[in-house]
Design a protein around this ligand. Sequence first.
Ligand code: PAF
Length: 280
Amino acid sequence: MIVYRTKKDISGHLHTLRNEGKTIALVPTMGALHQGHASLVEKASAENDIVVVSIFVNPTQFNDPSDLNLYPRTLDSDLELLRHLEADLVFVPSANEMYPGGDAQIFDLGNLDKVMEGKHRSGHFNGVAQIVSKLFLLVQPLRAYFGQKDFQQLVIIERLVEILELDINIVPCPIIREKDGLAMSSRNVRLSKEDRKLAPFIYHTLKLARGKTASLSPSQLKEWVALQFRKQAEMELEYFEIVEDKGLIPLEEWDDGVNKVACIAVHLGGVRLIDNLKFD
Ligand code: PAF
């Protein structure tokens, strides 16, 4: 495994690998790696000759400076895990390396960044699009792997590839959960012991909500979910939406003709947790 810190060095190596006819996969991450990331690397490794993992806490996707400061940084153990997973190249750039000329690029993502995360984290997805487009252009992978926990991000990345007319296959990977159902996330390590015990309530509520689609309309279900969280003093529901899975339009009525995904964001002890569940 080789760790690169500059675009120039990694692109030289990638150029050689491409000339040798190797298939290259990219797994973009912000570090603080867990089993969810490991599953992306494993899948990428099974389907490609070379796996590139990027580790970069991208400042432009944080609308809240304290969230950026508190984001866990665990480079040594990340590299140890990646060595164990036999990743080939790891790219760990500095902010200056990725944004030498600032970060002015604006992407028109239409409705996709106006709902849910986009509504509550202004500029977040533009920042994601900035860094992912830079990584795509640098690595030029055949395939790039993204977890479905960040469902809205995944849909936006698919749109980004269309906007930039890139020939990259986006591979969605299933959410990996702890035994008690909590979706794995780098942010989970910031939960206190007590809050960690409460956190599976989010997935539990998503599953209960899915069981109520025959008797409640989408808006009644939203009210029901809001009520469940009002009963939990420690948790604050930021949003719960049921959207169709392509344009992310929130559903007013049940529509059998579209695939539905319920997405949720919750604050628990100063940590913001997201999750989603397919409602088909
Ligand atoms: O999902 C993440 O970890 C980040 O949003 C990504 C895709 C690595 C971009 O910084």
